[in-house]
Design a protein around this ligand. Structure first.
Ligand SMILES: [Zn+2]
Length: 372
């Protein structure tokens, strides 16, 4: 059986990492194009520029990032990098800024350095950018043959980032083990884009997925408290690693299953729910477990975790208490679009079975709250 696994080149994490970034970057090149979100640059710019200057790395910093990872924005930034002969691209911020940095570096054939300032997505470590139009409409995926060269995560910066983004990152990471497990045990089809089928998944990827889940259960509540206080603790550091490294490597090398298709389903409601990606994915994980017929013990473990850290597990938690059955059926239909990975299961998945599983997840969550 042919198996494969892909990793980022180097991953460095800890309090104060940003103060030493020059030392880490120096082996990759001489001139860096730096781009990022306004909040990401605000949190890192001073320390980063000082450290890069100390190691004689030339810098061009762009403060005009348009907040969307579009081909237009990538071209604009690549032109700057080209004119300045940058051999390193440093992306600072959350998912969109990091995806843009990967795309710009790819265009310039430059080294990719990633500085996440929130721990809410898998964008930091993966070899893909999610592309949108400048008006924020999803366009497609751009895959790369290699992962970012270096990821440098300063946990002091993450500790001071919005706590809801850390929790949302935990929601996204929560799905990783269950989706990897589904890929490894309950999938029949070869879904080449974004994942593997049973037998093609490495032990390493599955082990990292399980470690990610166990870390969430062990450190999630304490990490939330640390972030609320704005301090870096061992628990916060473990959650940052789970959200940023473990979840990314696992999902990139196993793939998604029902939870992310359910997320896609809820996108038809627009921003009606006012939730972040990982928050919807957390509810999607509960629905996936019901759809798969997982034991109650596992379901309650997931619901209890969501309750403890503040992730939604009922429709009311998702600001959707008044959703109609017709709207919910539209969500279920979008979830089961033929292109969705939810169809990899050994059993058929229909709009009706998704609809029923969402309803069951909601009533289970309500009953859980009543018993608390
Ligand atoms: Zn996700």
């Amino acid at each position: 059986m042919i198996k494969r696994i892909t990793f980022p080149g180097r991953y460095i994490q800890g309090p104060g990492v940003i103060n030493k970034i020059g030392k880490y970057v120096t082996t990759y090149g001489k001139k860096a194009l730096i781009l990022g979100s306004p909040s990401g640059l605000k949190a890192t710019e001073e320390a980063m520029m000082k450290s890069l200057a100390e190691t004689n790395i030339e810098t061009i910093i762009d403060h005009n990032f348009g907040r969307e990872c579009s081909y237009e924005e990538v071209s604009r930034l690549a032109n700057i990098g080209n004119d300045e002969k940058a051999d390193i691209v440093i992306g600072v911020g959350g998912g969109k800024a990091l995806d843009t940095a990967k795309a710009v570096a790819h265009k310039l054939r430059a080294k990719t350095i990633i500085v996440p300032t929130v721990a809410s997505s898998d964008a930091a470590c993966t070899a893909v950018s999610v592309m949108y139009t400048p008006d924020h409409v999803f366009k497609g995926y751009q895959f790369y043959s290699t992962n970012p060269d270096l990821i440098a995560v300063d946990t002091n910066v993450i500790a001071r980032s919005p706590v809801r983004l850390l929790i949302s990152g935990m929601g996204d990471a929560l799905a990783t083990w269950w989706e990897s497990n589904a890929r490894a045990s309950a999938y029949a089809k070869d879904l080449t884009c974004g994942g593997s089928r049973p037998g093609h998944i490495t032990m390493a990827a599955l082990t990292l997925a399980k470690l990610c889940y166990d870390t969430l259960l062990k450190c999630g509540v304490e990490a939330r408290r640390s972030c609320e206080e704005g301090v870096s603790t061992p628990a916060l550091e473990e959650i940052v690693e789970a959200n940023t490294l473990l979840s990314s490597v696992a999902v990139e090398n196993t793939g998604t299953a029902a939870a992310h298709s359910i997320y896609d389903g809820f996108t038809i409601l627009g921003q009606k729910h006012k939730l972040y990606h990982g928050e919807v994915v957390a509810f999607g994980t509960v629905v996936q477990l019901i759809l798969e017929g997982q034991p109650e013990k596992d379901l309650y473990e997931v619901i209890n975790f969501c309750d403890n850290v503040g992730l939604p597990y009922t429709l009311a938690d998702m600001n959707l208490a008044d959703i109609t059955d017709e709207e919910l059926m539209e969500v279920a239909k979008r979830t089961t679009d033929p292109a969705e990975f939810i169809h990899g299961y050994t059993f058929p998945v229909t709009p009706e079975s998704v609809f029923d599983s969402i309803k069951a997840a909601d009533s289970m969550g309500i009953a859980f709250k009543e018993r608390k």
